[in-house]
Design a protein around this ligand. Structure first.
Ligand code: NI
Length: 169
């Protein structure tokens, strides 16, 4: 099932997600749906709050479906260490058509649980580190625009407000 993606402005995107406590077939189905939804939207990551479900769960695939082994599922993830810095264009499926240079760590290590509840540690560099940080931010109610200058953030907010008024958001 492909879910509609919740856009910036919806409260679910700005609250801390609830921990995943049950690792069952229902969770597996939700994760499969999240991958389908992410691929349909041409994203490289998707967090459960983006489909309106306040659960600490995200999926990532920086190959956009080209490599089945690149699929990553993180339940209850936390960033445990970071190294270096990178600045590159970043976007978010919940803020369609807004992209901006965003500074992130060059390397990031996350501790999480997999689909079966087993504890895992994953490290990523470059785009994967960016995806870890972006998606885990979502689970803490933080959107990427929080990392931009206040000027840039306000400009995006104003544009979104105009689009909301015009019924285009
Ligand atoms: Ni996002």
């Amino acid at each position: 099932m492909i879910y509609p993606i919740v856009k910036y402005g919806q409260p679910v995107l700005e609250k801390v997600a609830e921990p995943v406590t049950v690792f069952d077939a229902e969770l597996e189905k939700l994760v499969a749906d999240m991958f389908d939804t992410m691929y349909a939207a041409h994203g490289v990551g998707l967090a459960a709050p983006q489909i309106g479900i306040s659960k600490s769960l995200c999926v990532i695939d920086i190959t956009s479906g080209e490599d089945p082994n690149a699929r990553i599922v993180l339940a209850n993830p936390v960033i445990v260490s970071t190294e270096g810095k990178q600045t590159d264009e970043e976007g978010c499926l919940s803020l369609p058509n807004f992209r901006a240079p965003t500074t992130r760590p060059m390397k990031a290590t996350a501790r999480a649980q997999d689909l079966h509840g087993k504890e895992i540690m994953l490290s990523g560099e470059a785009l994967l580190a960016r995806a870890f940080c972006h998606e885990i931010d979502h689970l803490n109610g933080i959107l990427f625009i929080r990392h931009l200058s206040m000027l840039k953030r306000d400009s995006i907010r104003r544009k979104v407000r105009k689009m909301v008024k015009a019924g285009e958001w």
